[in-house]
Write a protein that binds this ligand. Structure first.
Ligand code: BDR
Ligand code: CA
Length: 306
């Protein structure tokens, strides 16, 4: 079993990633850290705790992150049209009995990595502020982490939040630049590959028919998410599986094809959040450039609503 930490801004596709990971016997989720992006930090923390209870996985501890960017700025405005006011497409989950842990997210990351040296993967599906703070406080973790699998960036394709930037990188460009330059072993699962994955709209009826609390809740969330994508592209008839692909790549790296690159993040001007990849000799970031979408999506579907 692979020890992992998930770092999330739950978020509809974060919720899918959490369910996929929690239902995958290859992964041992030691804890989940939260940040802002799709919703606020308290919102992402509440959504995560509530979902874990629905999953019967509320023994997994949850640790909230900082409410400001790595450089100390207020977060950018949220895109409520894509994840809803509450971050999960206005789905209403039963309130969790469990509370979040007291430790700040970055301290949890540091202590978990030291408890499991060279036996820990960190999967991030949100901005990189928590990881940046952990590395800044304890640079030793760079050598102790097995790998970091980041949903973020757009190296060969345009962005989604701006023409240049993917949302997770844009939400804390300084944090991303700091983490990318730290030398921590990393796989970058960006829009280059996540836009090649598609969860078809027909799954909503299948999940409704299954009629469990989990399947109904995910059907509600994905209906909202797919409607938002349909406004941009009526032909899509579904939604990309951005965040779940980090989980897929952790379970089976063969789902993706990568190329080592050095990746630089622009932190200023209209290009803020742009990820520039360069194939240099010392490029240590495995940038995903292709995905076996069919195999990945069918694996995801077998697991997410078990
Ligand atoms: C990423 O941005 C967020 O809105 C999604 O949850 C995903 O992590 C996609 O660009
Ligand atoms: Ca996310």
């Amino acid at each position: 079993m692979k020890n992992i930490i998930l770092d999330v801004d739950t978020g509809i596709d974060d919720a899918l990633a959490i369910a996929y990971a929690a239902n995958s016997p290859e992964l041992n989720i030691l804890g989940i850290t939260t940040t802002f992006g799709n919703t606020s930090v308290p919102g992402a923390t509440r959504n995560t705790l509530d979902l874990l209870q629905v999953l019967g996985a509320d023994d997994i501890p949850v640790f909230p992150g900082a409410e400001k960017t790595f450089a100390g700025h207020e977060p950018a405005d949220r895109a409520t049209w894509i994840h809803g006011e509450n971050g999960i497409g206005e789905a209403v989950l039963p309130a969790a009995d469990k509370q979040a842990g007291d430790m700040p997210a970055h301290d949890f990351i540091i202590s978990a990595v030291h408890e499991h040296p060279n036996d820990m993967s960190i999967l991030t599906t949100a901005n990189l502020g928590n990881l940046a703070r952990a590395i800044e406080k304890d640079p030793e973790i760079v050598q102790l982490v097995t790998d970091v699998i980041v949903m973020g960036g757009a190296v060969t394709v345009p962005g989604n939040i701006t023409p240049y930037a993917e949302a997770n990188i844009y939400h804390d460009a300084e944090a991303a630049q700091f983490v990318f330059q730290s030398g921590i072993p990393m796989t970058l699962v960006g829009l280059d590959v996540t836009l090649k994955t598609l969860l078809k709209r027909s799954v909503i009826d299948e999940w409704k028919e299954k009629d469990t609390l989990l399947s109904r809740s995910l059907a509600h969330m994905c209906g909202f998410y797919m409607d938002a994508y349909a406004k941009e592209n009526p032909k899509l008839n579904g939604c990309p599986l951005h965040d779940p692909l980090t989980v897929g790549a952790a379970i089976n790296p063969g789902f993706v094809k990568t190329k080592p690159m050095a990746v630089h993040v622009k932190t200023e001007s209209k290009e803020k959040g742009q990820t520039i990849g360069e194939e240099t000799e010392n490029g240590h970031i495995k940038v995903c450039l292709d995905v076996d979408s069919g195999r990945f999506v069918s694996h995801f579907l077998k697991r997410v609503v078990s």
